[in-house]
Design a protein around this ligand. Structure first.
Ligand code: 5GP
Ligand code: 5GP
Ligand code: MG
Length: 502
């Protein structure tokens, strides 16, 4: 998901909209904006892309100088528009809330929120839980105006109760904007500032590219465990709210998820991808010295930066062999392999002349189910390729992700229980090579050596929060399966929230 929040000196609706459009790659499933004007919330959220969710009539009504926004990542979990964000609770003060990540102890929290806090949760979204825990922790704040220390103490409580990955932004009636990041720093969050004639304006966002797009300058990454509070006057307060914070950014942000023009925890996503290309190119040169590669071809678009650097490293030509239809809808959670296969072909088409009689090296950022690679290899052969080799900028994905990157169940992952040779057979390549995990980490770390560890669980099964066991993995597998089987039930979830503009 992608989140954004602004405390401005003028209306924030257009800037939040623009920021959401540049965060669109982080979620195409649903979008929402909630603003505060004169002690009232205004909300518009719906399934769909940013450009489709917000019409002029919605924008006109999203008035006010404080607001937050969200784009939801397509996961198998939450397809109902009632689970679009921001979420809202009316007590204390009235809080709007948006979240990127996933909690790993949601089940226990659910029980606690009801039995101790007497709060009802109406959706299956862990974000609604997180909001209620934050709201309950803030319940003790004394006056109408919350003091920064009271906000920080509520965030401290949140950190002690919840487990998992979370970057959060909230807007509180009569007070301002709060944002915080989990103590392991898994999901990204940046702080930006803009000078207006009426004083400083502050913004938080999932990626720095969102700041660039609306003219805010990057101040810094929000630190793991840290909370940022900006009151309605535009005064900034920050505090470390976690006991033992450490920075372990999700490595998949660099591999696939984030935009190349973003910086996360001091690391240029683009530069890290170029490094990945160099490392993988060197591995190919070492291990495949005897292969006669004629040309390097990327699978658009994420892998292009990597593929170009592989070509440079190998001193081979880099050519565009596939054209992507940029108007295609998402194919990501299409149920069933047949649909997925077809959709690869609707999305990508080959330029035959680039394949005819050649030994091609195809490059992708990652292999998940193997559908894309299998289809692409078949297309390359149909176009007359001689030999088809395949390189993945990420190592084998063998484990589910529990921190907000949607990955299928382990047994749907093509690398699950298979060695490289078997995967190569499945996708029918003449050769298959993966980046080593150490090389991947080095490629990213090269850009900021202060970061000593990354969240790499999909590759090595080490879950950084230390609380993810087999039982939990099985339970998320099970609920994923149930949701895919009964999408209707998801749609029926009704929205018990405040007025959401139609
Ligand atoms: P699209 O761009 O069409 O929305 O995405 C399709 C790509 O997402 C395909 O290459 C597909 O294999 C990959 N994909 C399919 N299911 C999943 C999933 O559950 N998680 C992730 N991370 N990727 C997936
Ligand atoms: P596969 O076809 O092997 O299931 O997926 C691999 C492809 O999925 C790669 O081309 C990669 O760029 C893409 N991919 C990886 N993660 C995601 C994701 O979270 N969403 C989408 N739409 N594509 C993804
Ligand atoms: Mg791709």
């Amino acid at each position: 998901c992608g989140i954004v929040g602004i405390v401005g000196k003028g209306p924030v609706n257009q800037d939040i909209y623009d920021a959401l459009t540049v965060l669109q790659h982080r979620g195409q499933d649903a979008a929402g904006i909630m603003t505060i004007d004169n002690g009232m919330f205004h909300l518009r959220k719906e399934n769909g892309l940013v450009r489709d969710v917000f019409r002029t009539r919605h924008m006109k009504r999203l008035t006010g100088n404080v607001g937050i926004g969200h784009v939801r990542y397509p996961t198998a979990g939450s397809s109902s528009s009632a689970e679009a964000q921001p979420f809202y609770v009316n007590s204390p003060f009235g809080i709007a809330f948006a979240h990127n990540g996933n909690l790993t102890n949601a089940h226990e929290l659910q029980a606690e929120v009801f039995s101790i806090a007497r709060r009802h949760i109406n959706t299956t979204s862990d974000s609604e839980l997180l909001l209620n825990i934050f709201a309950h922790a803030l319940q003790n704040a004394a006056g109408f105006e919350v003091k920064p220390e009271e906000i920080f103490s509520a965030v401290e409580t949140v950190h002690t109760k919840i487990r998992g990955a979370y970057a959060v932004v909230a807007a509180i009636i009569g007070n301002g904007m709060v944002a915080f990041r989990d103590p392991f720093g898994i999901r990204p969050l940046v702080l930006g500032k803009r000078q207006s004639e009426h004083g400083d304006e502050y913004m938080v966002a999932s990626e720095s590219v969102a700041l660039d797009s609306v003219g805010f300058t990057f101040v810094r990454d929000v630190a793991p465990g840290e909370a940022v509070y900006v009151n309605e006057k535009g005064e900034l307060f920050t505090k470390q709210c976690a006991k033992n914070p450490s920075c372990n950014p999700c490595i998949f942000e660099f591999v696939y998820f984030a935009r190349p023009d973003s910086f996360i925890d001091g690391i240029s996503v683009y530069a890290s991808r170029v490094n990945m290309g160099r490392k993988l190119g060197e591995k190919i040169a070492r291990e495949w010295a005897d292969l006669d590669i004629d040309v390097v071809i990327p699978i658009p678009e994420t892998s292009m930066d990597v593929a170009l650097q592989i070509a440079v490293t190998l001193d081979k030509p880099y050519r565009q062999g596939f054209v992507k239809n940029r108007y295609i809808g998402r194919t990501f959670i299409m149920p069933g392999q047949t649909q997925r296969r077809k959709s690869v072909r609707r999305k990508l088409n080959a330029i035959s002349s680039e394949f005819k009689g050649k030994n091609v090296l195809l490059v992708d950022d990652s292999i998940v189910r193997g559908t894309t690679s299998e289809q692409i290899i078949e297309m390359a052969r149909e176009s007359g390729a001689n030999k088809v080799y395949f390189a993945s900028a990420a190592p084998e994905i063998r484990f589910p992700n529990v921190y907000g990157i949607d990955m299928p169940s382990a047994n749907e992952l093509i690398a699950y229980g298979r060695e490289i040779e078997q995967i190569c057979e499945c996708i029918k390549a003449d050769g298959l090579i993966f980046q080593n995990i150490d090389d991947l980490v080095d490629a990213v770390r090269e850009e900021n050596s202060a970061i000593t560890r990354f969240e790499t669980s999909v590759f090595d099964g080490n879950y950084i929060t230390g609380d993810v066991n087999q039982e939990y993995l099985e339970s998320i597998d099970k609920s994923r399966g149930e949701k895919i089987k009964s999408p209707v039930i998801q749609e029926e979830l009704s929205n018990l929230e405040m007025h959401n503009m139609g």
